[in-house]
Design a binder for this molecule. Sequence first.
Ligand SMILES: Cc1ncc(C[n+]2csc(CCOP(=O)(O)OP(=O)(O)O)c2C)c(N)n1
Ligand SMILES: [Mg+2]
Length: 817
Amino acid sequence: MIKKTVESPKKLSFLEFKNEVLKDYKTAIVSRECSLLGRREVLTGKAKFGIFGGGKEVPQLAMAKAFKKGDWRSGYYRDQTFMMAIGEYNPRHFFSSLYAHPDIAADSFSAGRQMNGHFATHSLDEDGSWKNLKDQYNVSSDISPTSGQMPRLLGLAEASKKFRKLEGLDKENILSDQGNEIAWGTIGNASTSEGPFFETINAAGVLKVPMVISIWDDEYGISVHSKYQTTKESISEILKGFQRDGDGDGYEIFVVNGWNYTQLVDVYTKAAKIAREDHVPVLIHVKELTQPQGHSTSGSHERYKSKERLAWEKEHDCIAKMREWILNFELEDQDGEVLKFVENEQELKDLEKEAKTEVRKAKTDSWRAFLEPMLKERKELLALLEKAAKKSENEIFLEKLKRELEAIDEPIRKNILTIGRRSLIYLRNEEFKEKELLQNWLKDYMQLQQPKYSTHLYSELDSKVTNVSEVEAEYDDEAEDVDARLILRDNFDVLLGKHQKIMIFGEDSGKIGDVNQGLEGLQEKHGKERVYDTGIREATIIGQGIGMAMRGLRPIAEIQYLDYIFYATQVLTDDLATLRYRTFGKQVAPLIIRTRGHRLEGIWHSGSQMGSLINLVRGVYLLVPRNMTKAAGFYNALIQSDEPAIVVENLNGYRLKERMPVNLGEFTTPIGVVETVKEGNDITLVSYGSTLRLVEEASKDLSQVGIDAEIIDAQSLLPFDIENEVLESVRKTNRLVVIDEDIPGGASAYLLEEIVNKQGAYNYLDSKPTTITAQAHRPAYGTDGDYFSKPSVNDIFEGVYKVMQESDPAKFKSLYF
Ligand SMILES: Cc1ncc(C[n+]2csc(CCOP(=O)(O)OP(=O)(O)O)c2C)c(N)n1
Ligand SMILES: [Mg+2]
């Protein structure tokens, strides 16, 4: 491995040192004052909830010093001081996000979508292109689930390794400076009890990535003491086995008290050097921290802490300790002169006063900026209401509504709309111009406001994946039928050759080229950094992918079987699926997840739980190709855009024969588009994945009895049928059956809702729309287990026949009675 040396910190003159210390101290005071006033804002009702960084200020100043441009942080809600110290946060931002100001300029982390204390920087420019990540501080957007920051942290750190090791990435000079970046993690002591913490710690040790994880230890997790959280009440104690010895594998572990400014600065400097130069993971256990205001605005810590503990916390408050240190600091220089940070306490008091005044002003300014537009909007509505009321028979009621809105001192948009929309109830039977003006205002207003809360679930850029156009697979005249896995393999080979940023990894993906040889020989050809094995740890496989994708790489993470994706569900649903939404489109993770499922056998190998995924991963595409050519086409389409997706390949399709296309890496399967695989006039059958083959088989029996079914492959569940092609089919056949192998009420219910309600197929139905699904239980093992658990060709025939029989009993006689 190339060892990268980095500039060592320059020696400071005393004056420079003094200025830095006082600047840090002021940042700590500003941060603390924000916490104190923030709590008050919640208690007086201006904000809903607050969670602050009080008691953790000083170690964060030290971490900020070691954090360089290009570095990444993946942390949690206590890090406001760190954010202020690196200059990415100030009291104006603090209060704006506390009020949930829905404007990205005011709350740059999430435009008011996340509760306060969930930090982020912007990775994308307005046009969706990558910013120069190498020259800015990078903070991956926080999520609330404790320890949810850990899997992503692994990927953020792994990206540095790729940038350092892969020559093909040399030119990515806005994304990385040769992998010289550290991924910094922060986590609370209690949250280390979570599985993802341990999984990540182990994986980072195996991968040897530049990750520095700080544990802010205040001995509590809300009200629950460490003795109920951590063996031996000490995370560094129990992780001692990870300590590297000599130049061996493992971690460097530091333990330091959170109120000791100089030691902290020293530890963070050392940690950064080790991680940055040698790509060794480091763990810093920061002890003796406090919670001066308790956990959050939802409770008070006097309820669960003893008097002694409360007194200890006061005494060990890191800011109080730092203050004491500043006041007592004396250093004799070479000339015998005594050097001090301040001449007297008054100097510090003045600095504290200045800091507090700044915070108070920011609070007032932020509130005004938040409220002013709404005052104006209320005024507009009141004027319209008044005019409409004057014309209305219900003037009294409308006047009352108006007074209700006027009486609210500080109206929010919910107040404005609630009154406005209710007024239309009183006006429903009347027609006059003033009513129309009111209606128009309300419609425009809703259209303007709703996007503030609902945009960016998926990409809104022209480059979005649903805009990638279809390129059909092309074949030579003598194109051969091959085992379908070879199409995938050769297609991945072309993709890896074309895109240096792609890496493919997962359990058994490297050496043997995945359990079905869809990657056979690709490690040998493209190297161990690009096609590789991971441990059995689905949550962090996804985390690896998320982190690397957030740094501009194009990871393809493999989850061996669909049933095991549920170990990673939390990461998928909380982190990946919400990323674009929760950052208002400012961060993305274009991660492609490859897995295999459909029609397997047994309780834990069924591969069919699409309904659960559909409902948990909105924000991620969910694609269910019926064969490997379609699957390869999806990968080729996805790589052209920057959105995350899960592709579920058919496990029983790898050895079926398909023709080998010539335009590998080029042909695409359009996303959100269905495909009619058999035309018919009597009934529309919608299915996907392996079940589609059974539907095709059943349709042969159906034609024998005079039922001409139209068969549609959904192939893309999220999004489903953007062009409403199924509606067109139902318009023709007037009957609809959705067939899938998920449980009743699973993906079939979703498809029915999409077709019948959303597309409006109910207008054209002459029979009750029906689903044919698996049993409610997991499938039993073996061939009979499958037959009695999942829809068989018989079940499909009979289910469809029954719909026809009900519509024409004379023509289609009952099969059984
Ligand atoms: C998965 C999950 N479970 C529970 C919670 C509720 N919760 C929020 S913070 C917290 C305690 C965390 O304590 P610790 O990790 O020590 O951090 P601290 O707040 O003390 O800094 C809990 C239980 C959550 N956010 N996520
Ligand atoms: Mg804690």
